[in-house]
Design a protein around this ligand. Structure first.
Ligand SMILES: Cc1cc2nc3c(=O)[nH]c(=O)nc-3n(C[C@H](O)[C@H](O)[C@H](O)COP(=O)(O)O)c2cc1C
Length: 213
């Protein structure tokens, strides 16, 4: 059975969320097209238990010199490993977020920090280059933004400012995942009068992408 892992980063606010509507459009179409698939969803803005904190950095440093972990570090590493294994076990990844200050929400960055683990998801070759441990996986990035970075509404291409999409792509590439694409709902804040049309177009692209994913 194909396993789809959704990494969603948006606080569960009570107000209308463009990101949520965009995602629901995608995942609804995906479920219709792939009814057998297992879909696991994490909202990392609500729960992200293993950030790159004091314990995580200590584990990292001790691994470099083969030093034994203390009980707190060992517990942290064991529990974190379940999340890393879940990532390795998945066949497809869906990253969902609003753009915040040209980047992904910080909790999504924390999630990526958590799964960047040697030797589980990547390693260093004898020559010192990074090499991925994941194979035959694919990923998609669903992102909403107030401005238009990808020419979705006909605005000039500003994709070089979309650091979040570039960053997720770079991290996935290091881990061996190169089948990566983005779908965007953009420009609604910049052009509120046309927001309904912009969203309708974005919904259609999300649905098409879901059926092809
Ligand atoms: C703190 C913050 C930072 C933002 N930074 C950007 C940005 O850099 N570029 C942009 O186009 N929109 C930015 N936005 C706008 C959101 O990306 C946009 O409104 C998005 O659709 C919000 O999704 P939501 O309705 O699901 O909350 C920002 C919004 C917030 C709250």
């Amino acid at each position: 059975m194909t396993k789809v892992l959704v990494i969603y980063a948006h606080p569960e606010t009570k107000t209308y969320s463009t990101t949520d509507k965009f995602y629901q459009q995608f995942i609804g179409a995906y479920r219709e097209e792939h009814p057998e698939d297992e879909i696991i969803e994490h909202n990392v803005s609500e729960y992200m238990p293993f950030p790159l904190n004091k314990i995580a950095v200590s584990i990292y440093n001790k691994a470099l010199v083969n030093q034994e972990l203390n009980p707190d570090e060992a517990r942290f590493q064991d529990a974190r490993q379940k999340w890393v294994d879940e990532f390795i076990d998945a066949d497809k990844y869906v990253f969902v977020n609003p753009m915040y200050n040209l980047f992904i929400p910080s909790e999504m960055k924390s999630y990526l920090d958590m799964i960047m683990q040697i030797p589980d998801t990547f390693h260093y070759t004898k020559e010192g280059t990074m090499a991925g441990m994941l194979h035959d996986k694919k990923a998609i990035h669903l992102q909403t933004a107030g401005g238009d970075y990808h020419g979705s509404t006909g605005a000039p291409d500003m994709s070089q400012l979309d650091l979040g999409h570039q960053y997720i792509g770079a991290i996935l590439h290091v881990m061996g995942v190169d089948d990566f694409t983005g779908v965007y709902a953009e420009g609604m804040d910049h052009d509120p009068a046309n927001a309904p049309e912009i969203m309708a177009d974005a919904f259609q692209r999300a649905e098409d992408a879901a059926r092809a994913f």
